[in-house]
Design a protein around this ligand. Sequence first.
Ligand code: GL9
Length: 832
Amino acid sequence: MDARFKSRDIERRSLDVDGLKRSFLEWLVYSVGKDARAATRRDWFHTVALAVRDRVVDRWMDTTRSYYQEDAKRVYYLSLEFLIGRLLTNSLSNLGIVDECRQALDRLGLSMEDVVDAEPDAALGNGGLGRLAACFLDSMASQGLPGYGYGIRYEFGLFEQRFENGWQVEYPEQWLQFGNPWEFARPEVLYPVQFYGRVEEFRDSVGERAYRWVDADRVLAMAYDTPVVGFGGETINTLRLWSARATRDFNFGHFNDGAYMKAVEQKILSENLSRVLYPNDATETGKELRLKQEYFFTSASLQDILRRYLQHHTTFDNLPNKAAIQLNDTHPAIGIAELMRLLVDQHALRWDNAWEITRATFAYTNHTLLPEALEAWPVRMIERVLPRHMQIIYEINAKFLNRTKARADGDNAKLSRLSLIDERGERRVRMGNLAFLGSHKVNGVSALHTELMKQTVFADFHQEFPDRINNKTNGITPRRWLKQANPALSELITTRIGEGWISDLSQIAALREKADDVVFREEFRRAKRKNKKRLAAYITRQTGEEVLVDSIFDVQVKRMHEYKRQLLNVLHTIALYNEMRDNPTVSWVPVTKVFAGKAAPSYHMAKLIIKLINDVAKVVNHDPSVHDNLKVVLLPNYNVTAAEIIIPAADLSEQISTAGMEASGTGNMKLALNGALTIGTLDGANVEIREHVGPDNIFIFGMTADEVNDLRASGGFNPREVIASNPSLKRALDMISTGAFSPDDRNRYHPIVQALTDGGDHFLVTADFADYCRAQDAAMQLYRDSEEWTRKAILNTANMGWFSSDRTVNEYAGEIWDVHPVHPNHDGEGFR
Ligand code: GL9
């Protein structure tokens, strides 16, 4: 080989400071096309990202080749959402070259922070469900598991949130505007996906009835691959996202004048499929475009999976031994009908055989019990958009109900609950039932949630298939959520217990004994304080508000939703404000209430709550009578990048959903791992967090899920009575309803007051208010004793090891997927 090429080739992979610096300059000039004098921060970000990407490509190919050579069983994580966030620090950190990169940039007169800050936040998800998918990708790659992510390459991720006059306003988030240096376009990886048309019946070669889907519209799914760098850089997995492309199969015969332009227009419109992420949190509005998105990426992914499988196999009998497909919620559940269609219609398998293979291949994760989130597509819509799938769903249903009828002896109510078709009102396909029936395992995301699945939405199915439901409590990746987001704390931890915790978070338990070490406590506090200063500066930049670094940073960051009860927190804020005003001579523990979160654009109540928080902030923050003892901030545009600044700085973590409604939560885990104490209900994974950190190190309040259930079953309660008996609650609500926070529109909050009173207070805000205030008081009293507080904070960090997504993914791998780590062969050419 030409020596010049060879040396360049080695340079491409060198990881020392000089090599990095040289390759930055080369990338800047030859790929970004700028010289160092003209380069902007964004140019430098692209330069560095491309240089880093260079250093993973060889190992990426090695990884893929090893999977192929070993014909390893792969797991395919199908998800409509991947909330990835920024990738630069993540890649550098997992490759172990953060310092080298910083020094190389330093020599070029650049700050690493500036370069990192120029990366857009990839927000291809709404919240917990999408972020979980991203944590799982990191954990699979970090443990050498052959895992692929499949999803949609949305041109517009989750909207950008701004506040105008205190109201949420949505702006398009154009994360791809300046290009995406991490992805590789694969114009040759292209699959047709069909919609509409009709089904034709015919006789196959052996005279059996068979079906073909004809006269359909066609769209192409084109692949974009992003390498997923595992910790240590040994395994580099793939996230494959599909983008819609118009077909070029013009029927020239049809064209004359206007028809031509119309046909081209139609083609262009078909590319809208991958244009935008639906911004709904746990509610689906039943829009046809959404159904098409779900089918689009599911069909392309299944075609790709079968193509890969067929490189090694000639029959489908081994598919379940070579591919595990995990459905992230019901969004890809149409995949069950699609795999049946591919096997039966395209590959001529017998129905029963295809069904056995399908069921053994799929598994389904349920992420919420909220009834409004359970997808149910109108039969008429599926009939029109996916006519063959509707037939297949009917067939699955008929066979299932026939088999079940024999045993159900006349329990027609039960049969109609088990049916894939909801016959009440407009007929609808219950996607949860389809997902359950078409999967060999079905799991919930926390112990409580899984129990509730068995008792509520899937009670009948659980009776029929008692071994199918299992629990996989969620987890979070310690790489992003401790090592990268919180360098101050993670460096401290590493000096004391080594760095084993990064890939085996259970080792963080070694910190337990440090909780009684006054020197360690002092250093732990110093790390927290550093993070709080960083957040205080961010708050000032974002809102103009100055906050006291030594106040309690009381943090509630998550989507705005009534069940998450930001309102409960707001009512406590107002009550505390009143107490401080009434008792100005008391020495108060200063409190900073930090809120952040987006509301679905059509969720009026959630948007009104945002306005209320901003209105309360305006009054409280400008009232000199509370001095600086209370500040309220609502940070705009909460996303992964903001979370990385907010979470390490939190003292108190608000996890206050109505018991039984938050399936798991994962923010609760991130905050506790970073040494925040939780104030929370016994809901979702809070229950397990309490077990791990110990009941003395968490503030639990409120009704339990059983109590909530009993109360609702007994016909609810009368919020008016509760309010009348609690003067501080009454006063806070009166202030809201009389316009104390909205003098410009005194009726503005009528809908909120109404919901909490005559509306019956469905989320039990008033019912839990008194106990919540008691828990808040306990937290404030504890905060005065900074040694005791720190001790408990350390015990939180030390006891959160079990909540690593490595543990979660290993449970899936062992109990659902049956996949095993593969050690890629890097031919000794690796960088370590
Ligand atoms: C969610 C649940 O509401 C959370 O409690 C859970 O932690 C995550 C991950 O399992 O899934 N289900 C759901 O629809 N969302 C969740 O966060 N919503 C969003 O992702 C916006």
